[in-house]
Design a protein around this ligand. Structure first.
Ligand code: IMP
Length: 220
């Protein structure tokens, strides 16, 4: 049976990352837009896990509705559909876990990240190096073809730097220092980051769960 995974994101980088992880030729990955099922529910959960599941659930529900109405834009003949979604953010120990689930919204959605990082560094001016620990956390939620819900998390540990370095990556990468690389996550390559990132770890865990589910349900 063919497998279709719809990843509930508009972010092309995330789609590329999951396509790189999935090697099974019978599994196709589509973004919400490519699948014509775009949902934008309020991510009002209290944790990364809750927010990831809220989005996956909303897209799965939309697919169910469109299937009943006969308006689905893709063929479900001989195909099982899984919806996956992620939620992620930066957790800084010295700030009691901030910005956490509010990472994208912190100081405003459209605020320049250089400004957001400058403000955080200012708040941490007096925090000594050993206490500048932080981690990027990602949760990946999924609704499998039998309707069962699953959620896994991954983390990448680092330290908040005293400045902004590097042009790769996005968001808070330029001040997130990785001691084992001696660089920020904006100074390593996309490939290096995918191998160690919170999202890479959570995605690989979810794919392992999915493969296990397929084995248990003997789908080939
Ligand atoms: P979302 O998971 O797409 O809602 O994004 C959460 C927010 O967390 C992003 O907008 C970034 O601000 C931050 N974030 C999550 N992962 C990363 C990362 O790998 N690098 C830098 N910032 C990140």
């Amino acid at each position: 049976m063919k497998q279709l995974i719809i990843f509930a994101t508009g972010n092309k980088g995330k789609i590329r990352e999951i396509r790189d992880i999935i090697t099974d030729p019978d599994t196709e990955v589509l973004s919400m837009k490519e699948a014509g099922v775009e949902a934008d529910p309020d991510e009002n959960g209290a944790s990364f896990e809750e927010n990831a599941l809220i989005k996956a659930r909303a897209v799965a529900e939309l697919i169910r509705r469109q299937k009943n109405e006969g308006t689905l834009s893709f063929d479900t003949e001989d195909t099982q559909v899984t919806v996956m979604s992620d939620d992620s953010g930066l957790v800084i120990d010295a700030l009691g876990g901030e910005p956490g689930i509010y990472s994208a919204r912190y100081l405003g959605y459209d605020t320049d990240y250089n400004y957001k990082m400058e403000q955080i560094m200012k708040r941490m001016e007096n925090v000594p190096d050993p206490e500048r620990t932080a981690r990027f956390v990602a949760a990946v939620g999924a609704v499998f073809p039998d309707g069962s819900e699953h959620v896994v998390t991954g983390a990448m540990e680092g330290v908040i730097a005293h400045g902004i370095y590097g042009l790769n990556g996005f968001g808070y990468d330029p001040f997130f220092y990785l001691p084992e690389y001696g660089k920020t996550s904006a100074e390593i390559t996309e490939e290096e980051k995918n191998a160690i990132s919170h999202r890479g770890k959570a995605l690989r865990s979810m794919i392992a769960l999915f493969d296990e589910w397929r084995r248990r349900n003997s789908i080939d």
